[in-house]
Write a protein that binds this ligand. Structure first.
Ligand SMILES: Nc1ncnc2c1ncn2[C@@H]1O[C@H](COP(=O)(O)OP(=O)(O)OP(=O)(O)O)[C@@H](O)[C@H]1O
Length: 305
């Protein structure tokens, strides 16, 4: 795996830096009466790593699910390279968006190599009969897939463990394998949902290098993460979700220094935030009740005399 964090892909056919890969507009997702994501706009350009942060329950994973066809947004539109995405996750993967999940979802009893090969299926043109009859076309395609899968394992540093069962890998390597499997579909955009959750500092640092290398190979990245140091080191741009709405978006320095972001993480009420009116009402009611109790107590003391 290369650890060069500065070079950009200059091979022919690589996307022009700065072109829009993902364009999400007004994405809203409601579950009954709960609005988990509310009118969120977000773009990711080629050559970029964009971070999506926010407190627990802010709507980050729901937004990811809207991007990958797992959920059909109640409102809004998601375009990948200018085309509106189909509302089926396998079609979204075929279009060029791959993802990893918050909780590792590997095929535990398959080998490391087989897990990556599963990720290749959207890029394999051989059909059902070819697989059943196992003709020369099938064997050629299988050999190409294995070669590409081994390249990816080399890239993430797991080639020596290609024959191991996935369940026997240490945690950090299982996360790497998930990334390799996602890359096997040759995505133009990779969505990572909490890629460093449960990792030690060395594993987190290695993941950072891996994400830079993925970006340098021409894949744009959108990443959800709670580890702020990781996010602010890694991302060109960071968007903050709070209670389903985008609070702010900017470079790491801007977002890190924004008082509203700090307040959102500390749980302080924000000016103009979605729950501010209700919080103010509750506070006023509590203050009123407190005042009544004080008066009653004073009056009681008066009557006791
Ligand atoms: N399938 C669902 N049905 C009903 N409510 C849901 C569903 N999925 C998520 N929610 C709710 O939507 C809100 C946003 O949840 P979501 O998991 O997207 O937040 P998050 O920012 O990813 O949180 P975390 O950082 O804890 O993973 C939460 O109130 C959650 O309970």
């Amino acid at each position: 795996m290369t650890t060069d964090t500065t070079t950009k892909d200059t091979t022919p056919g690589a996307p022009t830096p700065g072109t829009t890969v993902l364009d999400a507009r007004g994405v809203t997702m409601r579950f009954g009466g709960l609005t988990a994501v509310n009118g969120v706009d977000l773009t990711v350009n080629s050559g970029e790593i964009v971070g999506l942060i926010g407190p627990n329950g802010a709507g980050k994973t729901t937004f990811f699910n809207c991007l990958t066809g797992l959920y059909i947004p109640t409102e809004g539109e998601v375009r990948y390279k200018g085309t509106v995405l189909p509302a089926k996750s396998f079609k979204v993967t075929a279009a060029g968006i791959a993802r990893t999940f918050q909780n590792i979802r590997l095929f535990a009893n398959m080998t490391v190599l087989e897990n990556v090969l599963v990720g290749r299926h959207t890029r394999t043109k051989e059909g059902f009969w070819s697989a059943v009859l196992r003709g020369p076309g099938f064997h050629r395609a299988e050999a190409t897939s294995r070669e590409r899968a081994m390249e990816l394992l080399e890239f993430v540093g797991l080639a020596p463990k290609a024959g191991h069962l996935a369940r026997n890998l240490p945690y950090g390597e299982q996360r790497k394998l998930e990334i390799a499997r996602a890359l096997a579909s040759e995505p133009g955009l990779l969505l990572l949902d909490e890629p460093t959750a449960g990792m030690n500092p060395q594993e987190t640092r290695a993941t950072e290098e891996l994400v830079f290398a993925i970006r340098d190979q021409g894949t744009a990245v959108l990443v959800i993460e709670h580890d702020m140091r990781f996010i602010f080191n890694l991302c060109d741009r960071v968007a903050v979700l709070v209670q389903g709405e985008k609070l702010i978006e900017g470079d790491s320095a801007t977002v890190q220094g924004d008082e509203r972001v700090i307040a959102a993480y500390l749980g302080e009420p924000l000016a103009n935030d979605p729950g501010a009116a209700e919080a103010a009402e509750v506070e006023a009611a509590e203050a009123h009740a407190q005042a009544d109790t004080t008066t009653d107590t004073a009056a009681g003391k008066e009557n006791d005399r």
